[in-house]
Design a protein around this ligand. Structure first.
Ligand SMILES: [Fe+2]
Length: 246
């Protein structure tokens, strides 16, 4: 069951005039602090997404080294779990396969929306889920480290990333949540299995679905929110992507 996003920022005001840079940033951060994501709509053609992202922090290169990545169906990638095809993605955080802390923000903006159904980016906030953990479970999730692997798609790019992190990490900038339904390595009787099922079910119940219009830009706090994607059929769907450090 998908909900509509509520954290939406119009880049133009009630008169159709672009917001000042100052007001845009102020409202952006208010909405980000409250909801953990912001969908910017009514984006003028002149808007420069890279310049906007630079004001949020240092860029973290994508897997290929490209700072501005393309998210669109890639040839020869239809048979693997990978953002570069038309298949669904299960709820996850970005960067659990990095040795360093994951990117704080992920920005996606729409070059070409998908025609027809599907292709929404979906998001859900882990904050209430973390707050409802029993103290012993939270302690275990902070203490027990797990091995993580990268996705099949990234492996096919020639990167075999292996890391070891707990699911929750206290950081001076806030709590870091790492999560994957398929790339967290654990035994079938590990307590993480039940947690994965519980959070996957919570994601399915609570997520908001972002249906892009051309130039819409979505930014979320990747330490706090999980994201996923609905399958689609239009192979011309094209998003661009920047990862931003804390
Ligand atoms: Fe992702």
């Amino acid at each position: 069951m998908a909900h509509s996003p509520i954290s939406i920022l119009s880049q133009v005001d009630f008169n159709g005039e672009p917001l000042t840079d100052e007001l845009l940033m102020k409202t952006f951060h208010q909405l980000m602090d409250e909801h953990g994501y912001v969908l910017m709509c009514n984006v003028p053609e002149e808007f420069d997404p890279v310049r906007f992202c630079r004001r949020l922090g240092r860029f973290v290169p994508n897997y290929t080294g490209a700072v501005v990545g393309d998210v669109r169906p890639e040839p020869g990638m239809d048979d693997v779990y990978h953002a570069g095809n038309t298949r669904p993605l299960t709820p996850h955080s970005e960067g659990y396969d990095f040795a360093v802390v994951p990117p704080r923000y992920i920005a996606l903006w729409c070059v070409t929306p998908a025609e027809g159904p599907g292709g929404e980016t979906t998001l859900a906030d882990t904050r209430p889920w973390v707050q409802s953990l029993a103290p012993a479970e939270r302690e275990r999730m902070t203490t027990d480290a797990y091995d993580w692997k990268t996705t099949e798609g990234v492996q096919r790019l020639g990167l075999d990333l292996k890391t070891r992190h707990p699911l929750l990490e206290e950081h001076e900038g806030g709590l870091i949540v790492r999560f994957s339904c398929n790339n967290l390595i654990r035994d079938d009787d590990d307590p993480a299995v039940e947690l994965q099922q519980r959070w996957h079910a919570a994601f399915d119940r609570e997520h908001v679905a972002i249906d892009y219009t051309e130039r819409d830009m979505l930014v979320w706090d990747n330490w706090r929110l999980l994201h996923a994607r609905n399958a689609f059929s239009d192979r011309s769907r094209h998003l661009r992507r920047i990862q931003i450090a804390a």
